[in-house]
Design a protein around this ligand. Sequence first.
Ligand SMILES: Cc1cc2nc3c(=O)[nH]c(=O)nc-3n(C[C@H](O)[C@H](O)[C@H](O)COP(=O)(O)O)c2cc1C
Length: 189
Amino acid sequence: MAKRLIEPNTTLYPVPVVLITAGIAIPNVMTCNRIASCSAEPPRLAISVRPIRHSHLLITMTREFVVNIPSPAQDILTDYIGVVTGNKEDKIATAGLKLAHASFVQTPLLADCPVNIECVVEQQIELDSHTMFIGLVKAVHAEERLLNDNGEVDFARAQGIAYDSAVVRERPTYNFSVDELRTAVALVK
Ligand SMILES: Cc1cc2nc3c(=O)[nH]c(=O)nc-3n(C[C@H](O)[C@H](O)[C@H](O)COP(=O)(O)O)c2cc1C
């Protein structure tokens, strides 16, 4: 099969899409697909966030963030959180998301997501368009139904994760209705 040279970009497959909570006094949430596992002992995750994002300010101030993994039923929610800024709207209230206390960090978890990973920022690396925050994983919360016999999260038991990990959809166009968002949240219960 013939191949074509396309513009340099970060094409990868699969692409995890997660919801990052940040902020303690007034928490916010943003969608993020620039996320990678970057060490095992101890475990670390790296996320890259544009400096213009409200979440960037919150992570820089608090030096912590929580990675919340959405389920497939939360696709629309994930779109919404990825196109609206917390600078202008309280996304958590609009979508009717429930927060839960974390066990180590002060940033709250999204109770509606089946997996939550608490991280403390160890390093901040400026990479032109984005800042990469390297987070030391301090705690992982996983719904019991997702755990296999070894106590590991098996995403097959969750029917995958939001977006099916297949496409980078950084600019979804969608007319969100609050009812649809809340239905998406409720579907996961
Ligand atoms: C699928 C998807 C993935 C995204 N990934 C990132 C990302 O990795 N880094 C980033 O800075 N913005 C990313 N965005 C954009 C932010 O989520 C979006 O600008 C959001 O409104 C920022 O919210 P905030 O200003 O409340 O922090 C993504 C959006 C979508 C829909």
